[in-house]
Design a binder for this molecule. Structure first.
Ligand SMILES: [Zn+2]
Length: 228
């Protein structure tokens, strides 16, 4: 006579805390239910390149870069602060916008995108600072050179990066590059399974050793992504 269901062994998902059911997985060595395994597999599916999401990430990142470059120039104009500290925010917000805009895509293509747009944002911010916020600092030289104002503004916008360079800037650029590398990097979490629980109450309360392999991990198909 089998024991009632209440005393059947139960494996609990370490992620969501619900019983895993007759089949379970191991994610980074911890028990996970099939739902959570599918979720993690879908997350890792976003490590691969896709042009549509990449483009959306690029547009979102460019929007953030332009917005923060303008904010930088405004703050510089109001406060007279010439340091590059605000470049840190460009790095962080551009990388976050790239990931968010792409719907959570990750991997090398997204990292290169985030780094490139972060540097573009810093370049633009420096250019706006030179050609607008601190134009008066360059004015004496421009008058000596007899440049027309429109040309002087255009030159400073393009070359502000160089004209306003300060060795300390390298710290901010380094941070922006680091964040562009770190935030969209691919997530790799090992998923093993599926395993089956042995529902034999006669063996007493479940020990994890009581679970057995259904298939060797190499031939086990990965959990499929849920439909979007
Ligand atoms: Zn779960």
């Amino acid at each position: 006579m089998p024991e009632p269901v209440a005393s059947a062994p139960r494996v609990v998902c370490a992620n969501c805390g619900r019983p895993a059911g007759p089949m379970y997985y191991r994610i980074a060595g911890r028990i996970a239910c099939p739902d959570c395994a599918r979720l993690i597999a879908a997350l890792m599916g976003k490590n691969s390149f896709a042009f549509g999401p990449w483009l959306m990430g690029a547009l979102a990142g460019l929007g953030a870069a332009v917005a923060f470059a303008c904010i930088w120039a405004l703050i510089a104009k109001w406060t007279g602060f010439r340091g590059g500290l605000i470049a840190i925010f460009i790095g962080v917000f551009v990388s976050a916008a790239v990931v968010k805009g792409s719907g959570g895509r990750r991997g090398p293509a997204m990292q290169i995108l985030a780094i490139a747009i972060s540097i573009f944002g810093i370049w633009l911010g420096k250019g706006l600072c030179a050609s607008w916020s601190f134009y008066h600092l360059f004015q004496p030289n421009i008058e000596k050179l007899n440049w027309p104002p429109a040309f002087a503004h255009a030159y400073l916008l393009v070359c502000g990066f160089y004209e306003m360079f300060n060795p300390l800037d390298l710290i901010w650029y380094g941070f922006a590059v680091y964040d562009g590398w770190r935030r969209p990097r691919a997530i790799r979490i090992p998923i093993e399974g599926p395993f089956a629980q042995q529902a034999q109450a006669a063996r007493g309360p479940l020990q994890f050793e009581a679970a057995e392999f259904v298939a060797p991990p190499a031939s086990a198909p990965p959990p499929t992504e849920p439909p979007r």
